[in-house]
Design a protein around this ligand. Structure first.
Ligand code: ADP
Length: 319
């Protein structure tokens, strides 16, 4: 392979820049030319493609977001859209593509692969909801942002003897809620993977209150319900002074943690290696700290599961 491309697609995540940097530097290290597609699949269709040099990725390893921009593109879900994309890739002489994004972006990579164009998917999303990897690029950074917020909320919660409900992101996965709840010492964690029992939550809160607990923090994953709605229901059940914080998009920004930068560097480089070996249609990931790769179609067919042992532990530690 003499020339490859890279794009970021779907929701952005901290560490995407570090992944692009790894793809670019690894390719150039092996004398492969590298082109960046600007604005995800929309940029692919319109031919918004630029050659990248070593210097193009200087000074970005510590920056959140993605300097190649990301976009959502309905047209790319159609056969015509995909064919237009392949035409552009051919026009630029690009022989393989690294797609950094979530499972929607993987679907695009899968479609290109089915058209005979080799693609490798790199998992980039804060939600940690991509099958075929234990961790996605951006999850650790989002987690640390949430922890920072929970610690601050804890200060004010204890001063006023209040119950705080914190809604966190994660789409249909409870990973951010679970890990942040465990690391932040939350009393209750609500994840979409396990139905909640409002009476049980209320009774635990009341028991804690009776033994002198000054405050409680409840983490609600966005996949369970809106934080404000949950706050209303809780107030009805307990009559405790309840405040709600919806963290929202702050979770998507910020400088990536060391963990995310290292993960992004390893996964980005691995994606280039696979293309060099002529292996298209793969998705890279990490399992037990080892790099792995799966057929992208097989990876998409698997289901992401939240760590139920960790969930059990969070319940045991928040009695
Ligand atoms: P994410 O990658 O974060 O899951 P999306 O689900 O929005 O984000 O997907 C990003 C983009 O991937 C979409 O806007 C679209 O261009 C492309 N995509 C999603 N699903 C498909 C599909 N079934 N076929 C082809 N392209 C798709």
């Amino acid at each position: 392979m003499k020339r490859i491309g890279v794009l970021t697609s779907g929701g952005d995540a901290p560490g995407m820049n570090a992944a692009i940097r790894a793809v670019v530097r690894k390719a150039i290290y092996h004398n492969i030319e590298i082109y960046g597609v600007i604005g995800g699949y929309a940029g692919l269709i319109s031919g918004n493609i630029q050659k990248l040099e070593l210097g193009s990725v200087g000074d970005i390893i510590h920056r959140g977001g993605t300097f190649l921009y990301s976009a959502r593109c309905e047209e790319f879900k159609t056969r015509e859209g995909q064919e237009k994309g392949i035409e552009q890739l051919k026009k630029f002489g690009i022989e393989g593509l690294v797609v950094i994004g979530g499972d929607g972006s993987y679907m695009g990579a899968k479609a290109l692969t089915e058209h005979g164009f080799p693609c490798v998917g790199v998992p980039g999303t804060i939600d940690n909801d991509i099958p075929g990897t234990e961790f996605t690029i951006g999850f650790d950074t989002a987690l640390n942002t949430v922890i920072d917020a929970i610690d601050k909320i804890r200060d004010t919660a204890s001063s006023h003897e209040r119950t705080f409900v914190v809604e966190v992101m994660g789409r249909n996965a409870g990973d951010i809620a679970l890990w942040a709840g465990l690391a932040g010492g939350a009393e209750t964690i609500l994840i979409p993977e396990d139905p909640y029992d409002m009476r049980d939550i209320a009774s635990r809160l009341k028991k804690g209150h009776a033994r002198g607990k000054k405050h409680s923090i409840i983490i609600v994953a966005e996949g369970v319900m809106n934080g404000y709605e949950f706050g209303k229901r809780l107030k009805k059940e307990t009559d405790f002074d309840t405040r709600v914080t919806v963290l929202g998009h702050v979770q998507r920004g910020g400088s990536p943690t060391a963990f995310d930068r290292v993960l992004a560097s390893r996964l980005g480089a691995k994606a280039v290696e696979l293309l060099m070996d002529g292996s298209g249609g793969r998705a890279v990931g990490i399992e037990r700290n080892r790099l792995v790769d799966y057929d992208i179609i097989e990876a998409l067919a698997k289901k992401h599961t939240v760590d139920l042992n960790l969930y059990k532990l969070s319940k045991e530690l928040s009695i």
